[in-house]
Design a protein around this ligand. Sequence first.
Ligand code: BES
Ligand code: MN
Ligand code: ZN
Length: 490
Amino acid sequence: MLDIAFSKPALPKAGALVLLIAEGAAPEGLAAQLDTEMEGGLTRALEAASFKGRKGQSVTLWAPVVTVTKLLVVGMGPLAGLDAEKLGGGIYPQVSGETQCTVAADGLSAAQAAAIGMGAALRAYRFDRYRTTEKAEDKPKLDKITVLAADPSGAKAAHAPMKAVAQGVFLTRDLVSEPPNVLFPAEFADRCKELTKLGLEVEVLGPKEMRKLGFGALLGVAQGSINEARMVVMRWNGLSGGKKKAEKPVCFIGKGVTFDTGGISIKPAGGMEDMKWDMAGAGTVTGLMAALAGRKAKCDVVGLIGLVENMPGDNAQRPGDVVTSASGQTIEVINTDAEGRLVLADVIHYAIEKYDPKLMVDLATLTGAIIVALGHEHAGLFSNDEELAARILAAGLATGEAAWRMPLGEAYDKQIKSDIADMKNVGGGRAGGSITAAQFIQRFVQGRPWAHLDIAGTAWSSKDAPIIPKGATAYGVRMLDRLVADHYEG
Ligand code: BES
Ligand code: MN
Ligand code: ZN
């Protein structure tokens, strides 16, 4: 993890220096000091480059004074709408080849200085565990950024919880990036167990326990694979350090299909490798729990994940099978590739029976149809509760992890009626596929406040973004951390 330090404004003794200038503004503070040292050379350079401080604008000067190897002047745009995380994330690739870097944020608030560090750290993430031949010169050299702030101790304090959240994000990205031969259900559960060191209570259930609980829907998906299913329950009792108990906890539930071949309703070969990240819902819940524990959130939260591998083995479930879920409701499995909802059905039922949650949020890479509807810019949000939905949308806007509300209703629910069982696991046709999937899940929530995030389009990115290098995004960790912080702590 990129180390982020904060200190008082002073020209650095060595390395790269980044100056931040708002749109239309002249160099101030440290930038003005450097300009003086350069005998007005900074102002002249910015003029010559027609630098106006616009967002995305930047000017590079090599070795302008003996103590600075590279000077990068970055435009912030108008200060009013500044997204300091994105600013920090945008700076990182421009300095990652340096060995030392100082960012002068002396004109910004402590919170903004902290957010610049957070953004840079989020962008600096790499999953390079399986690269053995990469040349040193191709690797980023920078391992630390020093942010200069008017109030460095304030910035450091503001950064501490952010760092815990970043660590949660990285855990999620690691889990989601792992290849499916490495990260199968038992291995995923083992990684969750390591979180006890953060103060989380972690419990792992295997097929035997789940059979006792009547998890016919989840186990039906798992039965085609030699890799056994697991359910992991992670509890954070953060209310008054675990002494006080919330009347009812918040529950987060994740789909953890460590690989989705489609089962007997097998998927086409093209792009099937993407189905290694069909456990992103579970990965997000795990990273979120690590983030909440890491920053010692004052709340009681339970994270539950259902882990299975969906394979077409000789014991695989067939289209036409009828399974009995833990809730007692029976399901006709029309398509074995609509497996995520089967996993969620049993885990959600368990969450309700065991933890009596005041609300539940599930995350799942559930449908290709949500990508058709919303692309990669928004996750699909489905909810039976107006207040919860509004809070999630707001937390999404605040963190840049956007969601878009989708409808639920009788007419969609009708489409999953079965001729032989209580319901079938797919709607009649492809139309409204994300909605019929959500209707299916809703049949297991017993009318409790519930939200479902379909993250099939947002869990993985094929291109770099300011605070997200391409690959696993960890979409939802920062959003739901914010949801908890804003409404369910104290
Ligand atoms: N894991 C997939 C959904 C998915 C698709 C996630 C693309 C990420 C990217 C899910 O299990 C699935 O296969 N859904 C089917 C449902 C259909 C059979 C009703 C789909 O979307 O095609
Ligand atoms: Mn599937
Ligand atoms: Zn799936």
